[in-house]
Each structure stands twice: as structure tokens, then as C-alpha cells.
Write a protein that binds this ligand. Structure first.
Ligand SMILES: Nc1ncnc2c1ncn2[C@@H]1O[C@H](COP(=O)(O)OP(=O)(O)OP(=O)(O)O)[C@@H](O)[C@H]1O
Length: 847
């Protein structure tokens, strides 16, 4: 980027900078006069152009910059060498970024006079508002100041926002600096209405920054073609993000805050004054902040608060967050965490989508969902972190301890990647688990914020929380002053710096009649576990103790939260309480809570308590008994309610996609057992398909059987943690089981996979691939030392057995189902390329 600066002798000088090492600069936004009136790059280089009318703008801009303490400034007329086509293209591409990165943008309204402004106060009627390029010049910089013809300041885009909104229809939030990706594509296109550019193509090119897409300018292509290319780029970007989407982390955060009773700012603000936090935030070398603490100490809410505060930063940093929740299978795995973080990051910085598109263009949605999703996501993530255009970004992962699947992989990734980019800072939180400690220990540039070591601040925050909770209770239940004071006193004395304990006791008190409050207070012991024990004891004393225990035990083993309706259909009730299930849930102490008709554990620690510390009481005959009960009750339920034409469709041609479930839905309570039936069916397919391998080599259940099952197989998904770790590139599998039920070994000829099409690369349609093709593929994949003749590869590390049944590296052995056995192959040291009879190729790599 070329920047202008006044030298000591008053002459203008132009200096070139690397875009990554720019000094602070001001930037001018204006409308162009006739070409011959504007000062050009050549004029400046030759110390000329001083007699041109456009020179006045340059002088004003330089003087204003100097008044604002800025040495450098940039003006499009003379800071781009337009005779150099490559430079011009690059400048058009970079323009949005240059405006965004400026310290101040001065808008020079040459047709607005401050002298007539009092009689005609309409600076917004200036020609400046009708030009195409000025739209991004208004939106990209954070500080935009307006000046009259006499160079008198009229205001800035915040103080003039209502006038600007009136003429441009751009919402206040966009003027205040909200990321433009928050606004729909249609809305952003509306902002350009009534704007014109001298060249037709510029109408499209001037929008590329607003949509954060790269479109190389090709002047002469015409406006229509330029807009077609722009629309194509936007569509491809939207499709890519749609496929990456699995959960909306913004909605997860909102839901979690609401479920936990709403975020109280005064209970997290202490962290802003905390020296460890400040060190992490201010020190450019501190990259990773690890917030650690025992259950219920308020880590999740603290992170919610920190995220809110980070958003308040004046320069709109990117904040991308992910909340792990063990009880929600959508958001409890390492892959889900990276996918969620990446999605949220790219929504805010869409130009980085290019890193995803490199892979997504070929693989589509399965890139993020098949067996290799982790490999693909980590590669993309690393590319994004190393991208020089990445803007200051915070990455936040809450509750690492609730990442049920592949936590070690996630920890390893965070430890390795948290220090690679100087503009990225990470925050993670977890309980005080030694295995997490051990893995994060390896991260460089980290700081640790232990809630136990900041007991004083946490105690003060809990005190604020107690005060708020007691005020609410006293108001809702009309406590007398003495009851109110006693509750406050008891909570303050026994809370032990644990928010959750306070929240649970208050929940119990909410259900207690006023006359019993004082008596009841005495039985809430300090400490979470003791409180849970007390709740168990209280429950066991009720008349519905057996039913309550049954509800707790079943809820603890179900693989997802269920609705009250479903719960009634799932549990073996000692007596029929179908109509009283809400009441029973209320009787289950404060372990459970109902939100929108769905039953949840009040907190992960409540579930942990039942599964570990109270397991003898909750599962007196073992957990298996509860699974068996759920299974048989489900079957009984299905047998009793299912009948022909459940939804009274009558017409035999009724298509599933057109069916609208009636209200109430007779199948509402059957969704859980339906999934169970699907699981049984899937298990049957799994066993049938891999029968030969499993019967002969039982341990292959955990290797080839999992690897060669479709990615959508429920068994494969449930046992993902068992998949062998050492195989880096796994066979690309289709989503669902093929038409082939079982292969009978010993027959000659190949049995074809009729439905799967998700191969890694198909080189040839129906003829078999040969080893030469495979060599090129391995070479393309940058694997060296390729050997085509298998006999030579004996001393190599990876090999295919002579009967084509095994791939092995001497330590691990992978059984090949018939349709994956090679008709040709090529081997590198750790990699084998296999060409199959169907023309499909896959590459297996052992780490
Ligand atoms: N700042 C806050 N505002 C409002 N409520 C809070 C706040 N901090 C904590 N709480 C209350 O305390 C409870 C426990 O907090 P939180 O879930 O954040 O703890 P945690 O340390 O993440 O627990 P765990 O490690 O067991 O998941 C919340 O459900 C909420 O009721």
C-alpha cells in the first residue's frame, strides 16, 4: 500500500508499505472530479500536480490527519498507480480492507457548504451518497467523519446516523460497526439502490468487500457478467457455510444462559479487574487463557460474560465460541467443537471460506460428517489460523470436560494451535481434571485462571448472586423480613463460593410453603454432594419414592433429553402415574427440571452424582436392568399403539415428505423407541455385513467393521471412540448401508456396492484402475517413495497381504471387505492406494 506523508520541507512524499506492517493512517472518501482535475500517482512521484483543483483535497486531508496525530494518509486518486494493471486489480481487491484498517476516514463533501448549512441543513443530499464506491467507504472504517467544502467538520457516522439512515436505508447497527455478515444478502443489495459508478463493472466490483468475496476485476466484461460472477461467488459462499453449519453457537449460548436462570453481570465483572485476565488480554504473547474450577463454580456463566464484554470492544473483534454439553450429542464431541468454532468464525469473516471451499467443492457436506471429518476440519482450521488476512479473533470453548468424544484430540489441537497466530486469543474452561491439565500443560503462552485461587473474588460474586436470588424469592413469595434475613444468612454462610449450590437451594425454597421455610433451611447442608445426598434422602421418604427413583435412573441412562410424553412411555412405572408425571418430576428433588415440556438434568453435576456417587441407590440391580426395562417398555409401547395408517392418510400414494403430523401426534411418545428400533436394525446390518470378519477375527469389530460401515450407521456413530486411531486417511464411505446384505466368501466375482458413491476419487468409470494411475494419485497426494510392485514392498512399513484380504503395518491389521479388495495397488512407506473392481480408489495411511 502506498501512503502519503508530508516531509519536513512541506513536500508530499509517497512511501510503500507491506500490508501487514502498516502505520496508522487516515483515508479520504470523496467524489471524483473530471480526470484531468485529479492529482495522479505520477504527479506525486514527479512532485507535480500542485496546480490541479484536486490538490486542495490532498492538502486538506494531510492537514486533518496531522491534526489527528496521524503522519500518513491515503487518497485513491494518487496512491494507486493506475497505469500498472496488476497494481490496479490488487488495489480494487484490497480497497475494502484498506478503508477498514484506517484509523480515520474523512468524507469530503465538495458540494456541501457549511456557510449555507444553517439555511439548508441537508448534508445528506450530497452527490457523495449517490456513488457506488462510497458505500463501502461509509461501512468499512470504524471512524468516518464528514467535512464540508470549507473543510469544517459536520459530524461523524455515529452522530449523523439518523440522517445517514434516512437517505441510505442502512440500519443503525451497520453504521455502528456490526459485522456486515449479520445482514442478509438481499438487504445488503438494497443498500446500493440509486448508486452509480462511471464504469458498469464497478457497480459489482464495489460490492465485493461488502459481501467479503474475491472477484478479480475484468474491465470490459460488462456489468451483467460482473454481477453474474458476484452472485455466483456469494451463492458458493452461502452453500459452503450452510454445509458447515451443525449448530448455531449463538443460539446455544442464549439457551444455556436462559436455562441457568439468566446472566447476572455483577457476578462475572470481577474477572475484568483480575490481574491474570488482564495479563492475558493485554500481553500480545499471552494467547491461551484456561479458566478452571470445580463443578458449579460459575465457569460457564463467566465465559458467557467474558464473551459479552469482548463484543463491546470498539473495533468489533471476531468472537467465535462453542459450548460443549455432555448431554447433547450434537455438541459433545471434538469434531462438533471445531465445526462450531469454524462456522461462527467464517460467518464473521466470510473471505476465509476459501479455505473450506478448497475441499468442500469436491466433497460437499460429507466433508464435515464422514469418518475423516476431524482430519479435514483440523487442516482447514490450521489454514485459517495462518491466513494473513485473519482479523483479531477470540476463540472460546466452554466445558472441555463435557466433550465426551475425542477430548484428547481436541486438547492436543488447542495446545498446538493456540500459539500459532498472533491475532488469535483462546479461552477454554474446564473442571480441575488432571488429564486436561496434563495436555494443556504443553501449550505455549498460556495463563491459568483458577477459580479456587481467586476465592475472594468468587465469594464476592456469589454474594451478589445470593442477594439477587433472595430478593427474587422474597418478592415472589412475599417473605416476611425475618424469613428473608434468615434465608440470606443461611445461604451466605453455607454457599462455599459455589453458585450452583445457591441456585439449587433457592429452587427448593421456591417450592416450599412459607411456613416451612425456616424449618427447611436447616436441612440444606453445605457442599454440592451433601446437598444432592439430602435431596435423595428427602425423595426416598416420599410416598412416590420408587417411581421417582425409576424416573431418575431412566433419565440418567437415556441418550438424549426426552419430553414428558416420551418419558411416560419409556419407564416401567411401579404404578400408573401417566397423568402425574410433572408432579413426580417435581418430587425428584432439584435433580430435574422441565423446559418446554422436555426433561433435563438441572446441571451436569446432578447427573454425575447419580451415576457415580448414588449409583447403588439409583441402580440397585445395575444399570443394565434399566436399559432392559426401557427396551421392553418401548417395545410394549410400540406394540400397543402402532396400527396401520397411523395418520389416517388413506391414499396409498401418500408421500412421506408431504405428510403433516396431526395434532396431537399419536406418535409423539414413540420417537425414542423408534430410534431404538433404528438402532437394532442398524446393529443387524452391521453384524450381517461384517459377519465373516467378526466371526473369524473378533477384534476386527473395532477396526475394519467400524471403518467400513457407512458414516450414517448408528453403531458406527455410537462407537466412534473405538475406531482405530492410527489410520489417518480412512476409506470414504457413503451415508447409508448399501443394498448388499452380506457377502458369502468363497464365491468368485465381486459383489458391488449398489448405493455408495462417496469414493475419495473416481478416476475411471467402469474399467479397473491400474497401478500406474495409483502411483500418480499417491504422488499427487505428496507421498514419496512409491513402489508399484508389491513384492518389493515387503520391507516397507505398510503392505497388502498376498491374498488381498489384509492391509497391515505389522502392528495393526485391517480386514478388507470384498468390494474394497484391490485389483491393483501402489504402496508408499505409510500409505497404500487401492484400486477396486468398481473403479473406486481409496487411500489408506497408517500413522
Ligand atoms: N454470573 C452469573 N449470573 C447468573 N447466574 C450464575 C452466574 N454464575 C453462576 N450462576 C449460577 O450458578 C450455576 C452454576 O454455574 P455454571 O453452570 O456456570 O457453573 P460451572 O462452573 O460451569 O459448572 P460445571 O463445571 O459443573 O459445568 C448456574 O446454573 C447459575 O444458576
Amino acid at each position: 500500500m502506498h501512503l502519503l506523508k508530508y516531509g519536513e520541507n512541506g513536500d508530499l512524499a509517497i512511501t510503500s508499505f507491506d500490508d501487514n506492517e502498516l502505520p496508522p493512517y487516515a483515508i479520504l472518501s470523496h467524489t471524483w472530479g473530471a480526470d484531468e482535475e485529479e492529482v495522479t500517482f505520477t504527479d506525486i512521484v514527479n512532485n507535480g500536480g500542485k496546480d490541479k483543483p484536486g490538490y486542495k483535497k490532498i492538502r486538506f486531508c494531510g492537514e486533518q490527519a496531522s491534526r489527528d496525530g496521524l503522519e500518513y494518509f491515503w487518497i485513491d486518486t494518487c496512491c494507486i498507480n493506475k497505469e500498472n494493471q496488476a497494481e490496479l486489480s490488487l488495489a480494487i481487491d484490497s480497497m475494502f480492507r484498506w478503508y477498514r484498517n484506517s484509523a480515520r476516514c474523512y468524507v469530503y463533501l465538495s458540494d456541501v457548504s457549511s456557510q449555507t448549512l444553517n439555511t439548508n441543513p441537508e448534508p445528506n443530499r450530497s452527490r457523495w451518497f449517490t456513488r457506488g464506491w462510497t458505500l463501502q467507504e461509509l461501512l468499512a472504517p470504524s471512524v468516518v467523519e464528514f467535512f464540508s467544502r470549507e473543510w469544517c467538520k459536520l459530524g461523524d457516522k455515529i452522530s449523523l446516523k439518523s440522517e445517514i439512515h434516512e437517505v441510505t436505508a442502512i440500519p443503525y447497527e451497520a453504521l455502528e460497526g456490526a459485522p456486515l455478515s449479520q445482514f442478509s444478502v438481499e438487504e445488503r443489495f438494497r443498500w446500493r439502490q440509486n448508486r452509480h459508478t462511471k464504469l458498469k463493472e464497478d457497480a459489482a466490483y464495489s460490492l465485493s468487500g461488502i459481501f467479503d468475496v474475491d472477484i478479480a476485476p475484468i474491465y470490459g466484461e460488462g456489468g451483467e457478467e460482473a454481477f453474474r460472477r458476484l452472485h455466483d461467488k456469494i451463492r458458493e459462499q452461502v452453500e459452503c457455510l450452510r454445509d458447515l453449519f451443525a449448530t448455531d453457537p449463538l443460539k446455544d449460548k442464549k439457551r444455556i444462559e436462559e436455562t441457568k436462570g439468566g446472566l447476572l453481570a455483577n457476578s462475572y465483572r470481577w474477572v475484568l479487574d483480575n490481574t491474570t485476565f488482564q495479563q492475558w488480554q493485554q500481553d500480545t504473547h499471552s494467547r491461551l487463557l484456561w479458566v478452571k474450577g470445580d463443578p458449579g463454580k460459575g465457569k460457564t456463566m463467566l465465559l458467557c460474560g467474558i464473551i459479552n464484554e469482548l463484543h463491546k470492544a470498539p473495533n468489533h473483534v471476531t468472537v467465535s465460541h462453542f459450548f460443549c454439553q455432555a448431554t447433547d450429542s450434537r455438541i459433545n464431541s471434538a469434531t462438533a467443537a471445531l465445526r462450531g468454532l469454524l462456522y461462527m468464525l467464517l460467518v464473521q469473516q466470510p473471505s476465509l471460506v476459501s479455505h473450506v471451499r478448497k475441499k468442500h467443492d469436491y466433497a460437499g457436506r460429507s466433508l464435515f460428517e464422514d469418518a475423516n471429518a476431524w482430519v479435514a476440519l483440523t487442516e482447514i482450521f490450521v489454514d485459517v489460523l495462518r491466513d494473513p488476512s485473519l482479523r483479531p479473533t477470540y476463540l472460546v470453548i466452554d466445558a472441555l470436560d463435557e466433550c465426551v468424544t475425542d477430548l484428547p484430540m481436541l486438547l492436543d489441537f488447542v495446545a498446538k494451535q493456540s500459539s500459532v497466530s498472533s491475532c488469535v486469543k483462546w479461552i477454554v474452561s474446564s473442571r480441575n481434571w488432571p488429564n486436561i491439565e496434563a495436555q494443556l500443560e504443553r501449550a505455549g503462552h498460556k495463563v491459568r485462571l483458577s477459580l479456587e485461587l481467586n476465592a475472594e473474588s468468587v465469594a464476592a460474586a456469589v454474594a451478589v448472586f445470593i442477594q439477587r436470588k433472595v430478593d427474587q424469592l422474597a418478592q415472589e413469595k412475599q417473605y416476611k423480613a425475618e424469613v428473608r434475613d434468615a434465608v440470606l444468612q443461611h445461604l451466605t454462610t453455607n454457599a462455599n463460593d459455589t453458585f450452583l449450590w445457591v441456585a439449587l437451594v433457592c429452587q427448593e425454597l421456591g417450592r416450599t410453603a412459607n411456613r416451612h421455610v425456616l424449618k427447611k433451611l436447616a436441612v440444606f447442608p453445605p457442599g454440592l454432594d451433601d446437598l444432592y445426598k439430602r435431596m435423595m434422602q428427602q425423595m426416598s421418604e416420599s410416598d412416590d419414592a420408587d417411581t421417582c427413583r425409576c424416573v431418575l435412573a431412566s433419565t440418567a441412562v437415556l441418550y438424549r433429553p426426552v419430553t414428558i410424553h416420551e418419558l411416560v412411555a419409556l419407564i416401567e412405572q411401579p404404578e400408573d402415574v401417566s397423568n402425574d408425571m410433572r408432579e413426580i418430576i417435581d418430587l425428584c428433588g432439584s435433580f430435574l427440571t422441565v423446559r418446554e415440556d422436555t426433561v433435563y438434568f438441572v446441571h451436569q453435576s446432578a447427573k454425575d452424582f447419580l451415576l457415580v456417587k448414588a449409583s447403588n441407590e439409583v441402580f440397585p440391580n445395575g444399570m443394565e436392568e434399566i436399559h432392559r426395562a426401557i427396551f421392553s417398555t418401548s417395545l410394549a409401547h410400540l406394540s400397543s399403539i402402532l396400527h396401520r395408517d397411523m395418520y389416517s392418510l388413506k391414499a396409498l400414494g401418500s408421500a412421506v415428505k408431504n405428510v403433516k403430523p396431526p395434532h396431537p401426534d399419536p406418535l409423539a411418545a414413540s420417537h425414542y423407541p423408534y430410534r431404538l428400533t433404528q438402532l437394532v436394525q442398524d446393529a443387524r446390518r452391521f453384524v450381517m455385513y461384517h459377519k465373516q470378519a467378526i466371526e473369524s477375527y473378533p477384534l476386527q469389530t473395532y477396526t475394519s467393521a467400524l471403518l467400513f460401515s457407512p458414516t450414517g450407521s448408528l453403531i458406527r456413530q455410537l462407537f466412534r471412540h473405538e475406531e482405530p486411531r492410527g489410520i489417518a486417511i480412512m476409506p470414504a464411505m457413503s451415508d447409508s448401508w448399501s443394498a448388499c446384505l452380506q457377502t458369502l466368501e468363497g464365491h468368485s466375482g465381486l459383489i458391488w456396492d449398489a448405493s455408495s458413491g462417496a469414493c475419495l476419487q473416481t478416476l475411471l468409470d467402469s474399467r479397473a484402475v491400474n497401478s500406474v494411475d495409483l502411483v500418480s494419485i499417491l504422488a499427487l497426494s505428496h507421498f514419496d517413495k512409491i513402489i508399484t510392485n508389491r513384492k518389493q514392498s515387503v520391507c516397507q512399513e505398510v503392505t497388502i497381504s498376498s491374498d488381498n484380504i489384509w492391509v497391515s503395518d505389522n502392528v495393526q491389521k485391517l480386514w478388507l471387505p470384498t468390494e474394497y479388495r484391490p485389483v491393483s495397488s501402489a504402496t508408499s512407506s505409510r500409505c497404500i492406494g487401492v484400486g477396486t473392481g468398481s473403479g473406486k480408489i481409496w487411500i489408506c495411511s497408517f500413522e
